[in-house]
Design a binder for this molecule. Structure first.
Ligand code: GLU
Length: 485
């Protein structure tokens, strides 16, 4: 039998990190087993719909390389793959469940249900529908249907006994039937709820392994009762541990750490994110940490999925992102960094391969780029204290002397290349009988106005070009003169 898994997100406007992990594991499980990975959009909750949300899902799966074999925008044998386009399918199965005694019509009004709810609250019980409409006779039901009374269809959970299934991660899960609710399967607007739609669609789409978040672990027995009532095979289940920010809190939209897009916006690389989340709740047999997607497809195994919550460690993600940044070719780095370059400098005016050599090795996330480079387009208004460096024996006084020495040498260089600047500064150091730092440190400060810079004085002078470099050195000399007189 061909393995078929699916990712079934609700289009709520962004792709939660936990959701993307579910997609990844479902993808990996399918690939590992030579099967198919399917995308299904679960949009039956019409109140939660967000425009563009499905586009975000398609785009994210494409960017991360989680290519689905069947789905809304690629088609397939078992479509449509958007639940709202399947609306007419569900009613028939709801009726069939009614016929088989596994579901029933419910005509209760909002008012009656509200009364029931407050009664439960008063008694300190959790709300549970009281099966009121299960008592209706077939004639009464027909009468109401003929009269057009609005109705829902509810699942008829046996009052006694228990339901058990075996999850591939969590093992046997048993839920007493009395803990389950007669949930609505079909709403009065004709749309199914998740309770019905996930069962019908997983069956019709021939899903063999249902992979999803742990929040469905304990409601799965309820769905299994529906499979059984319809004489359908129950799929295998792989429920996944939650993804948490720390022991107590979930990732949240408010903290900007909940979605894939949040991290892309912060300058993380899509493949680094995917690699990191692969390890959120799964560990490989060995200690490998950096994986390409094909390597993951090979290494993934359900036995490596953990039962305990996975903690999302941003520091670890940063480390991994830095690894991915370092591994980029110069060309790819420049391409990916371009939007960030543009925030700080005019890319046409600078030697981007040199900038790349200076910043790529030390970068953790791409959005650190603008702050590292803004000094190139504008000299910040810096404090004279920057010219103190005890270890290098640099003081504002010595800085003034050596900047005055450097200025004419740089002004008169026949060619303002990196090697010419380098050689000229080294001869000057030698001529003055000082240490490199005594010249290069104040020069770097004058050129950048910044305590920490990518690259040193020589690279920065070259990047700025003669004109700008000289003008900044003049500014430095003036600043020092003003404060020392
Ligand atoms: N639409 C559900 C969700 O987004 C899918 C759960 C499932 O995979 O069955 O949580």
């Amino acid at each position: 039998m061909e393995v078929r898994t699916r990712f079934a997100p609700s289009p709520t406007g962004y792709l939660h990190i936990g959701g993307l992990r579910t997609a990844l594991y479902a993808y990996l499980f399918a690939k590992k087993n030579g099967g198919k990975f399917i995308l299904r959009i679960e949009d039956t909750d019409r109140e939660r719909l967000v425009d563009e949300a499905s586009e975000i899902i398609y785009r994210t799966l494409k960017d991360t390389g989680l290519i689905y074999d069947e789905g809304p925008d690629v088609g397939g044998e078992y479509g449509p793959y958007i639940q709202s386009e399947r609306k007419d399918i569900y009613g028939k199965y709801a009726q069939e469940l009614v016929k088989r005694g596994a579901a029933y019509y419910c005509f209760c009004t909002k008012e009656r249900l509200a009364g029931l709810r407050s009664q439960c609250e008063q008694d300190g019980r959790q709300f549970k529908y009281d099966k009121h409409c299960l008592q209706l006779t077939p004639e009464e039901i027909q009468e109401k249907l003929d009269a057009g009374v609005p109705y829902v269809i509810r699942q008829n959970i046996p009052a006694e006994g228990q339901t058990t299934y075996s999850d591939m991660v969590y093992g046997d899960v048993t839920v007493p039937n009395s803990d389950m609710e007669d949930n609505i399967l079909l709403k009065s607007d004709g749309y199914p709820t998740y309770n019905l739609a996930n069962v019908v669609d997983d069956h019709l789409m021939k899903i063999t392994h249902v992979i999803r978040g742990i929040e469905y672990l304990s409601s799965t027995p309820k769905y299994n009762l529906l499979y059984e009532a319809l004489d359908w095979d129950v799929p295998e289940y792989i429920h996944l541990p939650p993804v948490m920010r720390d022991k107590h809190a979930k990732l949240s939209k408010r903290h900007g750490d909940a979605s894939y897009e949040d991290f892309i916006e912060k300058g993380y690389l899509s493949h680094a994110i995917l690699n990191y989340i692969a390890l959120l709740g799964w560990s490989p047999a060995d200690n490998q940490e950096i994986f390409t997607l094909p390597e993951l497809e090979h290494a993934f195994d359900v036995s490596g999925i953990s039962k305990s919550p996975a903690i999302f460690d941003v520091e670890k993600l940063k480390w991994m992102n830095a690894e991915y940044i370092r591994a980029l070719s110069e060309e790819d780095f420049i391409k990916m960094a371009m939007p960030y370059f543009e925030q700080a400098i005019d890319p046409d005016k600078f030697d981007l391969p040199l900038i790349t050599r200076l910043i790529q090795p030390r970068l953790e996330v791409l959005n650190e780029i603008p702050e590292k480079l803004t000094f190139l387009s504008r000299l910040p208004d810096y404090d004279i204290d920057l010219y103190f460096h005890k270890k290098m024996k640099v003081t504002p006084e010595s800085a003034l002397v050596y900047l005055r020495e450097a200025y004419p040498v740089l002004r008169d260089l026949p060619e303002f290349t990196q090697s010419a600047i380098h050689d000229a500064m080294m001869s000057l150091v030698e001529k003055l009988g000082i240490k490199n730092g005594q010249l290069l440190y104040p020069l770097r400060v004058a050129l950048s106005g910044t305590p920490v810079t990518p690259g040193g004085a020589i690279e920065i002078a070259y990047l700025l070009g003669r004109h700008e470099a000289l003008s900044r050195i003049e500014t430095g000399i003036r600043k020092l003169e003003d404060s020392l007189q």
